[in-house]
Ligand binder design. Structure first.
Ligand code: GLV
Length: 331
């Protein structure tokens, strides 16, 4: 009796050894080990003949790509965001698509507070001054920031990560308001104390908040949600935080806002054209900028990789995935 051939999979980035070991128990694995990401041509060439693809948020998976991969049965994104995948095109071709929700909620929420503290307490500026040897010693009015206690946090995107950010606001003495989802106007979202948060319109969140924090997925509806018009609704004393996806914010509008004093500062983890950052942002000390680190803890990134691998194995072995993307084909 001959054993059936093991399915082939392409893994588009080096993953942790334990994840690769898990995949290799179930499949013949080819792993991209170059720097950065494979080019679209290389991604396609190395996925040809594969039943599975373990992808990252920068690997574009659309109808044209899938049309050239008739053997492909599952694409497993190592990310919660899936704006790189055309879910409808995958469904139409009976390709399962999965992401890695939940395991990164706490890491992303914690770092959102890192961004909030970083920009309101001027941590980037302080570090730059210290490292440049320009610190003159304690001074009462040196690098004064803004207190969080008594202020209002406005959450745009009150999903899993947004709610985890909101749950920590009370510890800083802040009240939370959030943007009601246009499709779920009657929904009440309760805080850890069982009291509902105040749901507002997008415009009301912008006008009322001292800190506006973004956690929406990127879609045609959220592309450039923050733009030259909407950013002007924010208070001149307020801060903008982006932990979602770069294109949710029109970076040029943040540059204008900082230039004109329309807002007090911005803290960004993600950018429109990563790894390119709008050069205008770099000249502002009140822009606190970090390089897409939301989920970047050893524990969380390992959990994301392992969840993607579990999804892959489940589908390759004929079972339903653990965390399909909403709208995915389910075998
Ligand atoms: C990271 O950006 C993710 O979507 O998980």
């Amino acid at each position: 009796m001959t054993t059936p051939a093991r399915p082939r999979v392409f893994v588009s980035r080096r993953l942790f050894p334990e994840t690769l070991a898990l995949i290799s128990q179930h499949a013949e694995m080819d792993v991209f080990d170059g720097t950065g990401s494979p080019s679209p041509e290389e991604l396609l060439a190395r996925t040809k003949g594969c039943a599975g693809l373990v992808a990252q948020g920068t690997d574009k998976v659309d109808g044209a790509f899938l049309d050239q991969l008739p053997d492909l049965r599952v694409v497993c994104n190592v990310a919660v965001g899936y704006n790189n995948i055309d879910v409808a095109a995958a469904r139409a071709r009976k390709v399962v698509v999965t992401n890695t929700p939940d395991v990164l909620n706490e890491a992303c929420a914690a770092l959102t507070w890192g961004l909030i503290l970083g920009v309101t307490r001027r941590l980037g500026e302080g570090e730059r001054i210290l490292r440049a040897g320009q610190w003159k010693g304690f001074q009462l009015d040196f690098l004064l920031g803004m207190d969080l206690v008594g202020k209002t946090l406005g959450v745009i995107g009150m999903g899993r990560i947004g709610q985890s950010v909101a749950a920590k606001a009370a510890a800083f003495g802040m009240r939370t308001v959030y943007m009601k989802s246009p499709r779920r106007q009657d929904e009440q979202i309760l805080g850890p104390d069982g009291v509902p948060y105040e749901g507002l319109s997008f415009e009301e969140v912008l006008t009322r908040s001292d800190i506006v924090t973004l956690h929406v997925p990127l879609s045609s509806e959220t592309h450039h949600l923050i733009n030259r018009t909407s950013i002007r609704l924010m208070k001149p004393t307020a801060y903008l935080v982006n932990m979602a996806r770069g294109p949710v914010v029109e970076e040029a509008s943040v540059v204008s806002a900082l230039d004109n004093g329309w807002i007090a500062g911005a803290a960004l983890d993600v950018y429109e054209l990563e790894p390119v950052v709008h050069p205008g942002l770099l000249k502002f000390d009140n822009a606190f900028l970090i390089p897409h680190l939301g989920s970047a803890t050893r524990e969380t990134r390992t959990a994301m990789c392992n969840l993607a691998a579990r999804n892959l194995v489940e589908v390759l072995e004929g079972r339903a995935p653990v965390t399909p993307i909403p709208g995915s084909h389910i075998p």
